[in-house]
Design a protein around this ligand. Structure first.
Ligand code: FRU
Length: 484
């Protein structure tokens, strides 16, 4: 393991293999020299590293993009060819969209000799990350490109000539932010295949509530020409409520399942995280769905079912009630730092339902529901190594959301707490995946997801539950050891 990785891109499933391409610097562990790195998997969990698939060239860095399988030989390189669409980026040529094709199952790519296939008509400096997909009702291909603070939609019949159709996003969602890495998928609402909606994924940097980069989305319709958003411009919906979830995009050629892979870092401090000799990790692949809540439609992001294959041993802890605090001295013997906690919690009368995960050095992660404030919080201020995120100046960001403007002041980009809105319910289901340097929390089958990096100097192997304002009950509690 060496080098630098930022977001996954060009994800495609073909011939029973998942291809994970990603923004890769083979020559150092900070951002630079962008290539498409490559790994493959049969189950989304066990990955084999391969040689970089698309290498930087005279047109510039190979920035993010998407891949498709050309089932009908539309582009003329053969049936079943994998086509990659990416942005070439350089000071000289700017950001231009290019095409490459692979005749060997995605191992190597040949660049199209007439690249670029698309330039910005108004010379936008930021014009990148093409997402290409087949739109069956219109019998055509669609490309979405992030252009500064909007997404631009193009269509094509031959995958080479692209025709501008519309734009979406100016003034929508969190403001004012740079759009990156678009994706758009159609999904049934509450599992009803007669009622489908489109979700437009818009990664923004900055824009995260807690500073830096994050993933928002919009629900609406797509008529083949334009995206029509269901909500007003000032509504922001987040795919993940942590601080380390960015540039999420989905696998193409998957049939019904929509599976995304988030990059688990944040542009504020990704170049400084204390890992050696590499930087950059992905969060668990997640399966997306749409659900209705209070008349509005949201995306859920649950860990893919395949993650169960990593469970090596399960410890079941009998039910208990938390009146003040309740200690678990050891989660697992010889805990190597990768485990899953699954919990059913009966809220009873508690106002605060909390627990810390900690180690013998006192490094800890605090996770709690603050029910009077309707929040689920993860606090990593004392989680281990945290000092690489300090700012010399105070940042102030303003976030506009649901007709409110909140001003957040912070001097530390890393040592902080993130929170998600929750409803008051009798029962909460939590699935928490802890790894050597991350905590991913999923509430109620992924209705809320929260992903955060942490850098403990030894695994958190102890746990302390605490309540305030009344008792709560931990009804089922399982600890699964995870390993490859
Ligand atoms: C997203 C991003 C993309 C760009 C790539 C460069 O994190 O900034 O917009 O293509 O990373 O590595």
């Amino acid at each position: 393991l060496y080098g630098w990785m930022n977001n996954a891109n060009g994800l495609v499933y073909e011939d029973e293999e998942y291809h994970l391409y990603y923004q890769y610097n083979p020559y150092g562990s900070k951002w630079g020299n962008m290539h498409w790195g490559h790994s493959i998997s049969k189950d989304l969990m066990h990955w084999e590293h391969l040689a970089p698939a698309i290498v930087r060239d005279t047109l510039g860095h190979i920035f993010a993009g998407s891949s498709i399988v050309d089932q009908e030989n539309v582009a003329g390189y053969g049936t079943g060819t994998i086509l990659a669409f990416y942005t070439s980026a350089s000071d000289k040529n700017g950001q231009i969209q290019c095409l490459a094709y692979s005749n060997d199952n995605g191992r190597t790519f040949t660049k199209y000799d007439k690249n670029p296939i698309l330039r910005s008509s108004d010379r936008r400096k930021d014009f990148r990350d093409p997402k290409v997909f087949w739109y069956a009702p219109g019998n055509k291909w669609i490309m979405i490109v992030a252009a500064d603070k909007e997404m631009r939609f193009y269509d094509s019949e031959d995958l080479k000539d692209w025709n501008y159709m519309s734009s979406f996003g100016e003034g929508y969602g969190v403001q004012p932010c740079q759009f990156e890495c678009p994706d758009m998928v159609e999904l049934p609402v509450d599992g009803d295949t007669e009622h489908k909606k489109w979700a437009l994924i818009v990664n923004v940097n900055p824009g995260c509530y807690f500073g830096g980069s994050a993933t928002q989305y919009f629900i609406g319709d797509f008529d083949g020409t334009r995206f029509i958003c269901d909500s007003k411009p000032d509504v922001t919906k987040w795919l993940d409520w942590g601080k380390d979830h960015y540039a999420t995009v989905s696998f193409s050629n998957m049939g019904r399942r929509v599976i995304v892979v988030p990059w688990m870092s944040n542009w504020q401090y990704c170049n400084n995280v204390p890992t050696k000799p590499f930087r950059g990790v992905n969060a668990l692949p997640r399966e997306l769905g749409l659900y209705t809540q209070s008349g509005d439609i949201y995306l859920s992001a649950a860990p893919v079912a395949e993650v169960k294959n990593l469970r090596k041993e399960t410890k079941e802890i009998p039910a208990f009630t938390v009146a003040n605090d309740y200690h678990i001295e050891s989660l697992l013997p010889d805990n190597e730092g990768a485990y899953e906690l699954s919990l059913d919690i009966m809220a009873e009368k508690a106002e605060i339902i909390g627990f810390s995960l900690f180690n013998d050095k006192g490094e800890k992660v605090d996770i709690y529901f603050n029910l009077p404030e309707r929040k689920l919080v993860m606090d990593r201020t004392k989680s281990g190594i945290v000092d690489f995120g300090k700012n010399s100046v105070t940042h102030e960001i303003e976030v506009h959301d649901r007709r409110k403007t909140t001003s957040i002041n912070y001097i530390d980009d890393f040592a902080l707490a993130t929170w998600a809105p929750v409803r008051k319910e009798n029962k909460y289901r939590l699935d928490i995946f802890v790894d050597k340097c991350s905590v991913e929390i999923f509430l109620n089958e992924g209705k809320i997801a929260m992903s955060n990096l942490v850098f403990p100097t030894e695994p958190y192997n102890r746990m302390c539950f605490y309540s305030k304002g009344g008792t709560f009950k931990v009804d089922t509690f399982k600890v699964h050891r995870l390993s490859l």
